[in-house]
Design a protein around this ligand. Structure first.
Ligand code: SF4
Length: 400
């Protein structure tokens, strides 16, 4: 009998997309997909580290597998936890993982799987399509740059070819995935063509910042995203979005996650001109207080964020904006929280993922600030925002 595998995925859509490639990697090695954890000869757990509770769920699952399995299935851990361990030169995090889960047989870095395996998708009509991996932004609360590393964009041509292939098999809707989709391509376009650059040495596509040659041969100027009047990054995302919309058979195009500070006017124009692009736009604000935003290393002020929403709504009148907010960031005072409440009232969000701050290893916030907002206070702030945005409720508790 063929050996079998079962993949349990925690976390975001990017992890779901990674699991689809891991499945294909296993099939290529002669395994078959098991129907349940219990019947699998190998269990792969694709992990998430966004909050401590996500890590705790992984540890709990490993203990349960060991307890309930009759025969011993091999347990393999991959995803964010392994990404963190791979990038931690001290080896401390890997030691922590081994100590916490001695039952684990193998820690599999996602880099070993790579992008060469086509995703194994069960849904024919919709596909998650990764366009980049990693992040260069280092928001002080976020573990992603430590788990996934620096941003690497997939070649433009590969993405278009993959979506054309999906469309030919009946796919109607794609969601383009990346930690910061609207900076897509900034690593492809080096500021000057530099044959000795790391990207070039790796044999990856690198082009001059002046023009970019699209797969159809057209030469276009990369979109220059500015911050405080200065060039922040060049990006190809508006072009990629336009090209995906042109693919016959694709009816809806979505994208996540996109950051407010790289959301250019060119991108707004592309959305306005392409009815295939979904009008539900997700733009994480995280806080409505300028001092907290600075401590978070977010590249905008509350005023700039509100101005961006205004420009989006002026050009895309049917846009529905959703967001992410963190409550109880270190040293967040009641007044600073109030500024987030005020922003939420002005922004008229369709919905929000409100999260209680959770200190994450290696992040700048964990090193610089004490996690000093009591849990009960985080809970209180969570409920206020959740009621206000997600239930459009009349607040029963006083907001202060
Ligand atoms: S941009 Fe997003 S993924 Fe990148 S560090 Fe900030 S929160 Fe994390």
């Amino acid at each position: 009998m063929k050996p079998s595998f079962f993949i349990k995925t925690f976390g975001c859509q990017q992890n779901i997309a990674d699991s689809q490639r891991i499945a294909s990697y296993y099939l290529a090695r002669g395994y078959q997909e098991a129907k349940s954890i219990k019947s699998a000869s190998e269990v792969v757990i694709n992990t998430c580290m966004i909050r401590q509770s996500a890590e705790d769920r992984v540890t709990g699952l490993v203990k349960n597998i060991v307890k309930s399995a009759k025969g011993r299935s091999k347990i393999i851990i991959t995803g964010c936890m392994v990404g963190m361990a791979t990038r931690d030169d001290t080896g401390n995090y890997l030691r922590t993982l081994r100590k916490r889960m001695p039952e684990v047989d193998e820690f599999l870095p996602l880099e070993e799987v790579g992008f060469d395996y086509p995703a194994l998708r069960n849904d024919v009509t919709h596909a998650w399509v990764p366009i980049s991996n990693g992040c260069n932004n280092f928001c002080t609360f976020c573990v992603v740059p430590f788990t996934r590393g620096r941003e690497i964009s997939r070649p433009f041509k590969d993405i278009i070819n993959e979506i054309k292939e999906l469309a030919s098999k009946g796919c109607k809707e794609v969601t383009l995935l990346g930690q910061n989709v609207n900076s897509y391509g900034s690593d492809i376009i080096s500021s000057k063509f530099n044959p000795s650059s790391t990207e070039s040495r790796r044999g990856r596509e690198v082009q001059s910042s002046k023009f970019y040659k699209l797969p159809d041969g057209r030469k276009v100027k990369p979109v220059m995203v500015k911050h405080l009047g200065r060039l922040r990054i060049p990006t190809l995302f508006p072009y990629l979005l336009e090209e995906v919309c042109k693919i016959r058979g694709i009816e809806t195009v979505k994208f996540i996650s996109s950051n407010p500070w790289d959301f250019s006017d060119e991108l707004i124009k592309v959305i306005a001109q392409n009815p295939k692009i979904d009008r539900n736009l997700h733009l994480a604000v995280q806080s409505g207080d300028n001092e907290i935003l600075k401590k978070m290393n977010r590249w905008y002020s509350r005023e700039e964020y509100l101005d961006l929403l205004k420009r989006i709504r002026a050009n895309v009148p049917d846009a529905q904006i959703s967001t992410d907010i963190i409550v109880g960031f270190p040293q967040e005072t009641k007044e600073q929280f109030q500024n987030t409440v005020k922003l939420a009232k002005k922004a008229n969000f369709a919905y929000a993922y409100v999260a209680k701050y959770s200190q994450r290893p290696n992040t700048a916030a964990s090193k610089a600030f004490p996690d000093d907002v009591p849990y009960a206070e985080k809970e209180r702030r969570f409920h206020i925002l959740d009621q206000l945005i997600n239930h459009k409720g009349i607040l029963r508790t006083a907001v202060h």
